[in-house]
Design a protein around this ligand. Sequence first.
Ligand code: PLP
Length: 366
Amino acid sequence: MIPITRIVIDEKMRAHVLEVLDSGHIAQGPKVAEFEDRCSEMAGTRSAVAVNSGTAALVLALRALEIGPGDEVITSPFTFAATLNAILETGATARFGDIDDSYNLDMDSVESLVGDNTRALLPVHLYGRAADMDAAATLAERHGLALVEDAAQAHFATTPGGDRVGSFGLGCFSFYATKNLMCGEGGVVTVNDPELEQRMRILRNQGMLRRYEYEEPGYNLRLTDLAAALAIPQFDQAESMISARHRNAARLATGLRDIPGLVLPNRREHPGHVWHQYTVSLNSEAAIDRVTLAAVLDQQGIGYGFYYPRAVYDYNCYRSHPGVVVDGSPRAEVAAANVISIPVHHHLTEAEVERIVYVVRGAFGV
Ligand SMILES: *Cc1c(COP(=O)(O)O)cnc(C)c1O
């Protein structure tokens, strides 16, 4: 079996967690502070506020910006439900642009959605590839919008210009078990603005600045030292993790080229991609559809995923939700119907990558 993600807990991670267990300080403490330092270093921001999930990071960022009922947030229609759930949790209204060839939000599709109530632009760095942040920053500046980045899949990713993901606005990362860096459940918001940082620290901890002094109603979004300890050693290993993913993506690209109807991700234009997923798309020229490909992969013990099987708004619970406005995102709907992600993770062996190529080519009969 070649799974789509492989979770490996190495000796360093084990040792870090055991150290915390022995210390007796298992809730939020010094390891969380160290984790925050590593995260701000990663994104190149002044600071970072750790929380207990990527979803919590998104909610906290939006709440810190005082986004709520009556406000609109524009995001990508091609994302995990957490992005949308976080917007709805604040009481704000979600609107969607469309995507481009990279599966990320096409900033040209956003402009016409901006109105008097628009407060924030929330691009998603899908599959580990940075959204067009230069265009996003220009748009945000022009219309006075806040920028919140869903960087759940994009630790250490950079834009083509070399800027770090999570450094443009409030950068929301997830450390869920299957992400490139992980600690089971966890998240962080990277931030430059000291006031927003302070507000997030207060909201994270029941609205308290000092013990039993409540500034406003808050949450408990605290991360634990146990989880932080699991994540910390991974920052030192990030470079080799990412280069392994690059190598695998390059091998897949070479092995899978020239298959009619199989559209591979564009690698050359985007060196800062961190390959959380390697996602291909099957167009009308393909000899098979993705369900057939998936069946072959299943049979051969190769993991895959449909990320994501529908546009995020395309479910009854969202279509009927008063906080969801659907303007139509036809390219996202086509992508959702035709994409399939295959293993690219850093624990793959060369032989496993070869086997993936062999099985996919076989499924297409080439
Ligand atoms: C994983 C993910 C999230 C949510 O992160 P959790 O830690 O699972 O709450 C949000 N957005 C995207 C794009 C994700 O992939």
